[in-house]
Design a protein around this ligand. Structure first.
Ligand code: PLP
Length: 443
C-alpha cells in the first residue's frame, strides 16, 4: 500500500540530505526552526507576497528574506534590471557605471558624503568599526545588549537575532555570545542597555575618551522590534561630544522605515551608517558611508584597508538600483506599508485579547513583533523585557500559523517584514489564521 506523502515530506527529505552536508542543514541558523521546532520549509519559489515550498504549499510570507524584499518577491522591475545586467557579464573585478549610479542614489537619498559597497551587512559593520578605530586612533567600541550587527568577532557580544536563542531554545546570556570569540576581542566591546540614557552617559563619562564608536540599531529588529525613546536618541548624540563616532546600523531599517531609513524618520545625525538587505534588492550587497572626512580614511584613499572580490557586483548593483528607484518613484509606498502593518498590529491585539492570550505588540512602519509577554502594548523597550517572553507559547502560535499558510518569523526575537505586495486579501487571511492560532493556544 502506498503511503500518502505528508504535507512536508519533500522538505523533510531535503532537510535530512542537507544535515549530512551542512551544519544543522542550513546556511544561517534561524532558518533551522530550532527555537520553534518542526521541519524548516525548503522554499522552491517566491512571487509577490508568497513563498511556495518544495511540497507545493503556498504561504503568505512575513520574512521577506529577512528584510530585503520590500517590494515583494520577483518584482518585475528588479527582475528586468537583473536580466538586463546579465547580458553584459556577471563580475568584472574592475569598476563599472552601476556602482557609481547606486552610490549617487544612496548618497542623495541619505545625505551620506561617500559610500563604499560590500557584499553583506556583516562586512559593512565590521568595516565601519575598523574605519572608526583607524580614524580616531581609539580601541573600544560600545554596543547595546540584544542589538545584532552581523557575525564579526568583536560584535558577537551580548548579541541579538539567532543568538538570543541557543541550541536548546534557551536565552543566551554569556558574553561573548559565540564560541570561538576570544575574551580579548570581546573585552574591546563594551555593552550598554538599549533605551537607558543614564547607563550610556555613565559609561561614556568613565571610558568615553577611549571609545572609537558607538554602534546601534536605530530601531531594533534583532531582539524583536524595540523602539528608541527620544531621551535615548539624545544620549546617543552626546557620545559625539567626546570624539566617539556614532554609527547607525541601518542594515535592517535602511530604506525600510523611510527612503532615509530610521535616520530620516527619527532625525538622527550619525557620523557613519551601515546598510544591507534592501540596498541589494535581494542580491548580496552591504554598504557603509557617511562623513566624507571619515570615509576618506578608507583605502586606497586612506590607511584603513577594506576590499572585496565581488564588491560592486553588476547584477547586485542592478537589483539595488531597481529597488531604490521603485521606492523613490512611489510616493505612497511607505504610507501603504504603515497602514497594512498597523492594521495587522491592531488585529493581533484584538484577537489575542479576545482569546485571553497576553501579548505586547511593538510596531513601527512595516516592522512588527508580538511579544508573548503580559505587558501593555508598546512597553517592551529593552533586551531584558523582551527576554521575558513565553517562547514556548510563541512557538505553538508560530506552528498554528504555519499550518494555516502564514510564514511568520520562526523566532520570538525577530521582526516580521511587510512588503508592498501585501494587500487587504493577505491581511484578512492572516488575521483569520491568527484568530484560529490564538484560539488554539487555550487547549
Ligand atoms: N546589522 C543588522 C541590524 C542586521 O539585522 C543584520 C542581519 O540581519 C546585519 C547587520 C548583518 O547583515 P548580513 O546578514 O547581511 O551579514
Amino acid at each position: 500500500m502506498t503511503q500518502t506523502p505528508s504535507k512536508t515530506s519533500q522538505s523533510e527529505a531535503l532537510f535530512a540530505r542537507a544535515r549530512t552536508v551542512t551544519p544543522g542543514g542550513v546556511n544561517s541558523p534561524v532558518r533551522a526552526f530550532k527555537s520553534v521546532g518542526g521541519t524548516p520549509r525548503f522554499i522552491r519559489e517566491a512571487h509577490g507576497a508568497y513563498l511556495t515550498d518544495a511540497d507545493g504549499t503556498r504561504y503568505i510570507d512575513y520574512i521577506g528574506s529577512w528584510g530585503p524584499m520590500i517590494l515583494g518577491h520577483d518584482h518585475p522591475a528588479v527582475r528586468e534590471a537583473i536580466s538586463d545586467a546579465l547580458q553584459y557579464g556577471t563580475s568584472f573585478g574592475a569598476p563599472g557605471e552601476r556602482e557609481v549610479q547606486l552610490a549617487e542614489l544612496v548618497t542623495r537619498l541619505t545625505g551620506a558624503g561617500k559610500v563604499r559597497f560590500t557584499s553583506s551587512g556583516t562586512e559593512a559593520t565590521m568595516s565601519a568599526l575598523r574605519l572608526a578605530r583607524g580614524f580616531t586612533g581609539r580601541k573600544l567600541i560600545v554596543k547595546f545588549r540584544g542589538n545584532y550587527h552581523g557575525h564579526a568577532d568583536g560584535l558577537l557580544v551580548e548579541a541579538g537575532s539567532g543568538l538570543m536563542t541557543n541550541m536548546d531554545g534557551q536565552l543566551g546570556e554569556s558574553a561573548p555570545s559565540s564560541a570561538g570569540v576570544p575574551e580579548e576581542y570581546a573585552s574591546l566591546t563594551l555593552v550598554s542597555e538599549y533605551n537607558d540614557p543614564a547607563a550610556l552617559d555613565t559609561l561614556m563619562a568613565e571610558r568615553g575618551t577611549d571609545v572609537a564608536a558607538v554602534i546601534f540599531e536605530p530601531v531594533v529588529g534583532n531582539a524583536g522590534v524595540l523602539i528608541p525613546t527620544p531621551e535615548f536618541l539624545a544620549a546617543l548624540h552626546r557620545v559625539q561630544a567626546v570624539g566617539a563616532l556614532l554609527i547607525a546600523d541601518e542594515v535592517m531599517t535602511g530604506f525600510r522605515l523611510s527612503l532615509n531609513g530610521a535616520t530620516g524618520l527619527l532625525g538622527l545625525k550619525p557620523d557613519l551608517t551601515c546598510w544591507g538587505k534592501i540596498i541589494g534588492g535581494g542580491l548580496p550587497v552591504g554598504a557603509y558611508g557617511g562623513r566624507s572626512d571619515v570615509m576618506d580614511f578608507v583605502s586606497p584613499q586612506g590607511p584603513v584597508y577594506q576590499a572585496g572580490t565581488l564588491s560592486g557586483n553588476p547584477l547586485a548593483m542592478a537589483a539595488g538600483l531597481a529597488t531604490l528607484r521603485a521606492l523613490e518613484a512611489d510616493a505612497g509606498i511607505y504610507d501603504g506599508l504603515e497602514s497594512y502593518t498597523s492594521q495587522l498590529a491592531g488585529g493581533l491585539k484584538t484577537l489575542a485579547a479576545e482569546a485571553g492570550v497576553p501579548i505586547s505588540v511593538n510596531q513601527i512602519g512595516s516592522m512588527l513583533t508580538p511579544f508573548f509577554v503580559d505587558a501593555p502594548h508598546g512597553t517592551v523597550r529593552n533586551y531584558a523585557q523582551a527576554a521575558r517572553s513565553d517562547t514556548a507559547t510563541f512557538g505553538r502560535w508560530f506552528q498554528e500559523l504555519l499550518a494555516r499558510g502564514i510564514y511568520w518569523a520562526p523566532s520570538q526575537f525577530e521582526s516580521i517584514f511587510v512588503s508592498a505586495s501585501h494587500t487587504p486579501t493577505e491581511l484578512d487571511a492572516t488575521l483569520e489564521a491568527a484568530r484560529a492560532a490564538f484560539g488554539s493556544l487555550k487547549t
